[in-house]
Design a protein around this ligand. Structure first.
Ligand code: HEM
Length: 423
């Protein structure tokens, strides 16, 4: 709204800090891409240190330390390397639809989080998560949920403006931020140490143990670079954080979009049936023949751009905007939703694959719809997005296996036994 009223670049004063907002892809491109030499730093975020999240490389100042760790990301998450992680991503997606079979609707959001977290935990640390009750998943989940709401400039500025708050006893009113940060710090300590030590133990007992962390340690020893452990810890902890809530937030938005627009869901399922058939689950080899699924993902990721010149009728969910007349994907790969210039997200190739695996498998197995009240009437929901480092929708939806005679092409019996037989 401010953008529409005041223009593409606006600035305002917030607790004595000047905040500049780039409201269009064009201005972000001009400043962050073309002038990346001067616009590649990050602001200082006090809550990063209070929560023990100094490990988070994404907030690193632009300089040598940033350059060294960025190189590690480049090594492990470059476009040519990420196909190595596809089997793990597909396995997590298949566990997701299995877990959904008996799950109450309330747990769907958690299961999406479990799916993306377990894919990245296996990729990075070689750890296989065993369900929602898994101890490593518990630690990572708590680490994210306690810190994410505090890692935003608004929260940091409160502490910067009133620094004495940090030193007040935590039973006093107004000090909740200090209490919350202290809880987050305890989880962050466990998160950075426990999975890291798990991988170290495994490398020692098994020469063939492989994952991003194990490969990085071996590579660093063989090349004689010998990275300090705390730098490698920053790298892997950030890789986990980068890949967990971000991707599940996209999947949650995608599920909501399916609930609000059943025609999109039906078209996706018709495509899946035509390409994949009934004898197996979707696999990465099918992706080229399923452009509409990628178009849905791109549309679910269109966050920043409500620019009506670029995306006419911007509030409508229309995957077709990413398709050519012939039905193939057009050149707009929403790359800008991963940032710009030197700080552009290094995990973007891996992220797209993880999201594709989960989205295609979920849409193949389930139809998503609004929860119904006791009279069978759909309950109206108004989606709300959380305010945190990663913003995610927090509304609930219900989950049904496509019913016999329903609008979905398959009967529930066939679909359910099909999943059970294949996974
Ligand atoms: C849907 C998934 C994802 C989204 C939407 C996303 C988005 C972003 C955005 C917007 C940035 C800031 C870029 C900038 O400052 O211009 C970023 C940075 C970053 N992302 Fe992602 N990301 C995703 C997945 C991942 C994954 C899977 C990883 C790790 C493997 C990752 C690792 C990082 C890192 C390390 C940075 C900081 C880069 C730097 O400061 O140099 N992200 N991401």
């Amino acid at each position: 709204q401010w953008g529409a009223k005041h223009g593409e670049i606006i600035s305002f004063n917030f607790y004595g800090n000047r905040v500049v907002v780039l409201n269009s892809e064009r201005t972000a491109d001009d400043l962050l891409e073309r002038r990346s030499r001067i616009y590649s730093d990050r602001p200082r975020l006090s809550t990063r240190f209070m929560t023990g999240w100094d490990f988070l490389f994404s907030f690193e100042h632009y300089g040598n330390e940033w350059r060294l760790i960025r190189r590690l990301f480049q090594q492990s998450f470059r476009e040519q390397k990420v196909p190595d992680y596809q089997p793990v991503q597909l396995k997590s997606a298949r566990h997701l639809v299995m877990n959904m079979i008996d799950a109450p609707a309330e747990s769907v959001w958690n299961l999406l989080g479990l799916c993306t977290s377990s894919a990245i935990l296996t990729t990075v640390y070689g750890y296989n998560v065993n369900g929602l009750g898994d101890p490593f998943f518990h630690i990572t989940d708590k680490t994210l949920s306690t810190a994410m709401p505090l890692l935003i400039p608004e929260k940091s500025m409160i502490v910067d403006t009133l620094p004495f708050v940090k030193y007040l006893p935590t039973f006093l009113p107004g000090t909740s931020i200090v209490r919350e940060a202290s809880e987050a710090r305890q989880w962050a300590k466990q998160f950075t140490d426990i999975p890291f030590n798990f991988t170290l133990d495994n490398i020692q007992s098994d020469q063939a143990f492989t994952c991003v962390l194990a490969d990085t340690i071996r590579h660093s020893t063989e090349s004689g670079q010998s990275f300090p452990a705390n730098r490698i810890k920053k790298f892997v902890s950030t890789a986990f954080v980068g890949g967990a809530d971000t991707s599940s937030s996209v999947l949650q938005s995608l599920v909501l979009a399916m609930v609000f627009d059943p025609t999109v869901q039906e078209r996706a399922q018709a495509d899946l049936e035509a390409v994949v058939g009934m004898a197996r689950l979707p696999a990465f080899e099918d992706r080229k023949s399923l452009p509409y699924i990628d178009a849905i993902i791109r549309e679910a990721m269109r966050a920043m751009s409500r620019d009506p010149h670029r995306y006419p009728d911007p509030e409508a969910f229309r995957p077709e905007r990413f398709l050519t007349k012939e039905g193939t994907l057009n050149g707009d790969d929403v790359r800008w939703s991963f940032g710009w210039g030197r700080r552009i997200c290094p995990g973007r190739y891996s992220a797209f694959n993880a999201i594709w695996a989960a989205a295609a498998t979920m849409l193949f197995a389930y139809r998503f719809e609004k929860a119904k009240d006791e009279n069978g009437v759909p309950i109206d929901i108004t989606p709300e997005w959380t305010c945190a480092l990663v913003s995610a929708p927090d509304s609930l939806v219900s989950l049904s296996q496509p019913a016999e005679g329903g609008s979905c092409p398959h009967s529930s019996k066939v679909r359910q036994s099909h999943i059970g037989a294949t996974v």
